[in-house]
Design a protein around this ligand. Structure first.
Ligand code: PEP
Ligand code: MG
Length: 573
């Protein structure tokens, strides 16, 4: 039994699939003319290996899962044998004098982005296939082991060092019973994705990848943050029971999905969902979200080779706005950097990416990127109830600069007679301590705050939110954090603005009563946490929550706060 961080609730019992991948480092240096033939030969060999690999996967799929599942690999095989593609790569090696891996990457990306830009669902899917084949060829050129979560054919628990957003985006959800990873904390993106996919997960296990092998049986307990490797029959039965109880409880909680989040003495708050793509709206609605408190738009920029166009973004924002109807949709402008990279922006490697050139800092510098996004958001605002939110604000100057750019974009749209919501609300994430401390100043310049406790905690306590070695220092219940939260909520209310929270703390049942008592107006979280949080709110008097929050603010140690609150929450369940 190993202990990690409980990242996504639920229990999974299944066969281990060890997902180990090495990173393809494409050699982008030019080659000498005398090396052209050698590179072409290398490419041909890699192509042959790739075709053989795909044939094997196809045979396996046919044998075990039938014709249906095997067909996709027939398509992959055709792509890997496409004369046009092969010729394209060879020509590029010759004319541009580049390595085979570089040429394959370029040709595949060019073709895939053309397919994606045509408004055709079928071709868009083929672009995914083409990229898959492309990375297989590149992996073979570089002698890397290929692995892909989209190849899974039986339900497994996935064990990996870490999972990138693209791994989780391309994986077959129905085949993944659970995740367990070496690295990451509750607020790492793997954890956030696991919660949004409703897949049980334990992260930050240290070295789980070297302690299991393919085919082992594993229990993942995403409630307690433990995994058990090759459990005995008694343990399996015990966990089967636990799983059944948990699944039943979740079903029962869904019954209150359409009831308001109101305390017995009449204090109403808003419960909203965090989403990453338009696809997540479905889960937001089935879990009873009253709005989208955070749309992490960076996912639209990932997994591709060029920036998304205004039109592509507009379509995505409009889709969410329309599906949510009158309910507010808070679209956060690009928050790239930190652990979310965009390889095609070719940003220099940084010593401290979380303290670096990221989010609003990048947008204020690359106004071309920022303006395109703002245009898309404003245009979509004509189709629903959209609000704009800037991430990583550290001072009032940044808000003013961002608003000046927003005004420029509005003026352009006015000139072009393009409609948008002229009263669109503009708020900021409060996730940097300087913003929290100056919340009274900032509250005068914005329509709302949304507290980002994931970053606020890491910056205030100087603890990397991704680093499992310091996980015990990452304390959302640290008095410093609770005081900052109170400061921010009070400052917002003093100016008559609303205070939201979209960091993971907003969905933590242990935090609900404290946040309610501190006066938080909106809690935005992974959709699946909404019913649990609502149940707590519907069972605690607001007056009592205020008293508890007050008591908690007088406790010095995070651990004691947590213990005390655990007792109170248990009573409401
Ligand atoms: C946060 O920092 O709390 C937040 C919600 O933003 P992200 O997790 O995307 O950094
Ligand atoms: Mg953040």
């Amino acid at each position: 039994m190993l202990k990690g961080v409980a990242a996504s609730p639920g229990i999974a019992i299944g066969k281990v699939f060890l997902y180990i991948k090495e990173r393809a480092e494409i050699n982008r240096q030019n080659i000498e003319e005398s090396k052209v033939e050698y590179e072409i030969e290398r490419f041909k060999k890699a192509l042959e290996v790739t075709q053989n690999q795909i044939r094997k996967i196809k045979e396996n799929a046919l044998k075990e899962f039938g014709k249906d599942k095997a067909e996709i690999f027939e398509a992959h095989l055709m792509l890997a044998s496409d004369p046009e593609l092969i010729e394209g790569v060879e020509n590029m090696i010759k004319t541009e004098l580049i390595t085979a891996d570089n040429a394959v990457n370029k040709v595949i990306e060019q073709n895939a982005s053309v397919m994606e830009s045509l408004n055709d669902e079928y071709l868009k899917e083929r672009a995914v296939d083409l990229r898959d084949v492309g990375s297989r060829i590149i992996d073979n050129l570089l002698g890397l082991k290929s692995g892909n979560l989209s190849d899974l054919f039986e339900p497994v628990v996935v064990i990996a060092r870490d999972l990138t957003p693209s791994d989780t985006a391309t994986m077959k959800k129905e085949m993944v019973l659970g995740f367990a990873t070496d690295v990451g904390g509750r607020t790492s993106h793997t954890a956030i994705m696991a919660r949004s996919l409703e897949i049980p997960a334990v992260v930050g296990l240290g070295n789980i990848t070297s302690q299991v092998k393919n085919g082992d049986i594993m229990i993942i307990d995403g409630l307690e943050g433990i995994v058990i490797v090759n459990p005995d029959d008694n343990t399996i039965n015990e966990y089967k029971g636990k799983k059944e109880n948990y699944d039943k409880k979740i079903e029962k909680l869904k019954e209150i999905k359409d009831l308001p989040a109101i305390t017995p003495d009449g204090k109403k708050v808003m419960l909203a969902a965090n989403i990453g793509t338009p696809k997540d709206v479905k889960s937001a609605l089935t879990n009873g979200a009253e709005g989208i408190g955070l749309f992490r738009t960076e996912f639209l920029y990932m997994d591709r080779s060029t920036l998304p166009t205004e039109e592509e973004q507009f379509e995505a924002y409009k889709e969410v706005a329309e599906k949510m109807g009158d309910r507010p949709v808070t679209i956060r402008t690009l928050d790239i950097g930190g652990d979310k990279e965009l390889p095609y922006l070719d940003m220099p490697k940084e010593m401290n990416p979380f303290l670096g050139y990221r989010a609003i800092r990048l947008c204020l510098d690359r106004t071309d990127i920022f303006k395109t996004q703002l245009r898309a958001i404003l245009r979509a605002s004509a189709y629903g109830n959209i609000q704009i939110m800037y991430p990583m604000i550290s001072s009032v100057e940044e808000v003013r600069k961002a608003n000046a750019i927003l005004d420029e974009v509005k003026a352009e749209l006015d000139k072009e007679e393009i409609k948008y919501d002229k009263d669109v609300k503009v708020g900021i994430m409060v996730e940097i301590p300087s913003a929290a401390i100056t919340a009274d100043i900032l509250a005068k310049e914005v329509d709302f705050f949304s507290i980002g406790t994931n970053d606020l905690t890491q910056y205030t306590l100087a603890v990397d939110r991704m680093n499992e070695h310091v996980k015990e220092y990452y304390q959302p219940f640290n008095p410093a954090i609770l005081r900052l939260i109170k400061l921010v909520i009070d400052a917002a209310h003093k100016e008559g603005k609303f205070a939201a929270m979209c960091g993971e703390m907003a969905g933590d049942p242990l935090a609900t009563i404290i946040l309610l008592g501190l006066g938080l107006d909106e809690f935005s979280m992974s959709a699946t946490s909404i019913p649990t949080v609502k149940n707590i709110i519907r069972n605690i008097e607001y007056e009592r929550a205020k008293e508890i929050a007050q008591e908690v603010l007088n406790i010095a140690e995070a651990e004691k706060i947590q213990k005390m609150i655990e007792k109170v929450v248990r009573k409401t369940e």
